[in-house]
Design a protein around this ligand. Sequence first.
Ligand code: FRU
Length: 487
Amino acid sequence: MIWNRETRYTPYNDWPTETLNDLRKQVKKSKWRMNHHIQPDSGLLNDPNGFSYFNNQWHLFYQVFPYGPVHGLKSWQHLTSNNLVDWHDEGLAIKPDSKLDSHGAYTGTAIPVEDKLFIMYTGNVRTKDWQRQSFQNGAWMSRDNKVQKMSIPLIEQAPTGYTSSFRDPYLIKQNNKYYAIIGGQTNSEKGSALVYSSVDLKKWKFNGSLNLPEDISGFMIECPNLVFIDNQPILIFCPQGLDRKQLNYQNIYPNVYSVADAADLETAQLKNIGSVKQLDDGFDVYATEAFNAPDGRALAVSWIGLPEISYPTDSENWAHCLSIIKDLSLKDGHLYQNPVIETEQLRINEQKLSTKKQIINLDPTNGSFEVELTIPKDTNLDLSITNQKQTGDLKILLDSTKGQVTIDRSNTGHSFGEKYGQIRSSQVTAHKALKIRLIIDVSVFECYIDNGYSVITGRFFLDDLPSKLELETKSSDAEGTIWEWRK
Ligand code: FRU
């Protein structure tokens, strides 16, 4: 398939009916399909959308272009879950089939309002001469998961002074009023997060552009989020084109966060906003969506994939996945991320680890497991994850003297995104005992360091399923546990 403007934006109904079935059959055969991470049946998955709790269930949607591993005509795929771990596919929820979203039902969020779920998303529209129009649209989902789009946009265009790069509304309710924080760009190409308010979810008023930490913005801000932990607002966002002198990042675009003391959305002000930090020290996290769940937790889910980069699964006509669901907490102004407790339901076949050097062979037909290690102070770790034939490996190293955890994916066999480097590190306290929790699910790893102080996430592609671990510590023994994950 040649992916040009025409093929990328072909309306779904114009594709031959057998195309999707053929693609899905091909994708099913891939050795890189994960057991538990949310992935597309075919085509490209990107941002998580509409993460919410409604009608006694968790709801999660994602951006998808089902016809190929490229960014094309996007829609919202819908999933539901009772436990944040096992997800049921509910099919396409928002299709790009109206005048208000003809070139893509782009990213947005959802909140329950009475007995319905209110969805706000960006309708991407291109005029005949390919000028971009960005409508902020509304839709209502009823308890039987039927979505009804509103017939006129909630916000027709960006305010004066801003370009049509205007998308990804983040909905939030405060003091009986609704707010939407929307990613945007000024006419002089500075990224912004624009705040709107509404009392009836129909009429929206522009309140202003959020003050950003250290004036950090790049040329565009995508996917702004505002969650509250212990009453402190945390702004999570994706600044594109951010100067690497302002933040030392290696990915094409970073996903960052900043903690403030208070948020006044009427005046679009974040009080005492702290410096910007990377949300994930790894290779592939972007477009994280977070929300305050009714059970009191602040939950997050990330797209594991990056814009503008090819991945090895492209040749199999699918790309990317979502992270497992993360529980956010705050300590000393730092954001901690950990897998939600429900993730432990996946554990089977527990084995204890406690030697300096060990080789562990796991079920070679599974590919999904979890390792938790407690490494004593002044001890270095050298861990490699490989397939049975050992044709490549993913390395996880701890240098206790430097206080550095490093993940090296240069020798996994199927490299990609080399331009952005094959090694990533997280800084931890030197000479200190450390806990590392590593999740491996076939072709994705999520490494939670020091009880979630930092995370290194990425995709990796071995010749066949990861099922062998080689672990060595110097000079003390590491204590730990390894579990396979149920299939
Ligand atoms: C971020 C993003 C959003 C946009 C969506 C389109 O990855 O570019 O800004 O709404 O993807 O799929």
